[in-house]
Design a binder for this molecule. Structure first.
Ligand SMILES: [Zn+2]
Length: 282
């Protein structure tokens, strides 16, 4: 025998159904049209009020669970993290470009130094006085001219590379500022998310405690109807009956149904004729 059955039964027979819905969904135990009036007594109004308390708590738990699963603070954080990842990727790409440009620059500077060495060497030969052959001197002069053109070309290239490097460094400086800002925002959003999660957990704990204290007050059979109905009714199985209107679906009960309810016992199990929710007179 399941544990839920072993507790002292407070009896489903205390909830005679006014409609025929419970007969279909809950079996013959609740087809209590022939129940004796005595079976209709015994504090069921309180039981039903407690059921409405349970519904309020369960709705809170559902809302909190939903919020926990889809935290707005988490969505904000996710957006920031996405931006942060993009900025980091962009920063890394720019850093690679900068490294490549720095290598180009260093190669060019190395080449310029080499050309300078050659120019120095050829100039020494040209003006050293050791070479007197006009043909050879003309050849050295031509070599020097070629080396100077080469040097100018390398220096032009170096200038371009330096300009590129400055542009990249400027971009990187902007990206670094952006990364700092995004990291700050990410830390704040994480803190907000965590605070929200802690708050929800604490509210969930409170509501679960409240639920645990309400459940023993509700007869097992009534609880079964409620639990069975809840998933089928968007989480709302019990609704207040207020001014002849079911607060579960917002539909007014027919005068016939209302009359039947009025003539019934105070704690009688009544169901909305429209949405079939358990109605609790308030
Ligand atoms: Zn209804």
């Amino acid at each position: 025998m399941p544990a839920s059955r072993s507790r002292p039964s407070r009896g489903g027979d205390r909830f005679p159904a006014l409609d025929n819905c419970s007969r279909h969904t809950n079996g013959p135990r609740f087809d209590t049209r022939e129940a004796s009036p005595n079976n209709r007594e015994g504090g069921t109004t309180t039981d039903l009020k407690r059921l409405l308390d349970l519904q309020r708590v369960d709705s809170s738990i559902d809302r909190l669970t939903q919020r926990k699963a889809d935290l707005p603070e988490q969505r904000i954080l996710d957006e920031i993290v996405t931006e942060l990842e993009q900025a980091r990727a962009e920063h890394d790409a720019r850093k690679s470009e900068l490294d490549a440009v720095a290598r180009d620059q260093s190669r060019l500077e190395g080449e310029v130094n080499m050309v300078d060495e050659k120019i120095k060497h050829e100039s020494n030969r040209l003006y050293g006085g050791d070479i007197t052959s006009p043909k050879e001197l003309a050849s050295i002069q031509a070599e020097l001219d070629a080396l100077r053109r080469r040097k100018n070309h390398l220096e032009d290239q170096d200038l371009e590379v330096m300009e590129r490097r400055e542009a990249i460094e400027k971009d990187m400086s902007g990206l670094t500022e952006r990364l700092t800002e995004l990291e700050q925002r990410s830390a704040e959003a994480t803190a907000a998310r965590d605070a929200s999660a802690v708050e929800i957990e604490s509210e969930l704990t409170e509501n679960t405690k409240a639920r645990d204290s309400i459940v023993p007050d509700i007869p097992e059979d009534l609880l079964e109807i409620y639990e069975d109905l809840r998933p089928k009714k968007g989480g709302v199985a019990a609704a207040a009956l207020q001014g002849g209107v079911c607060r579960g679906c917002g539909v007014s009960l027919s005068p016939v149904a209302l009359d039947e309810i009025k003539r019934g016992e105070a704690g009688e199990l009544i169901r909305c004729e429209n949405c079939r929710r358990i109605l609790v007179r308030v």
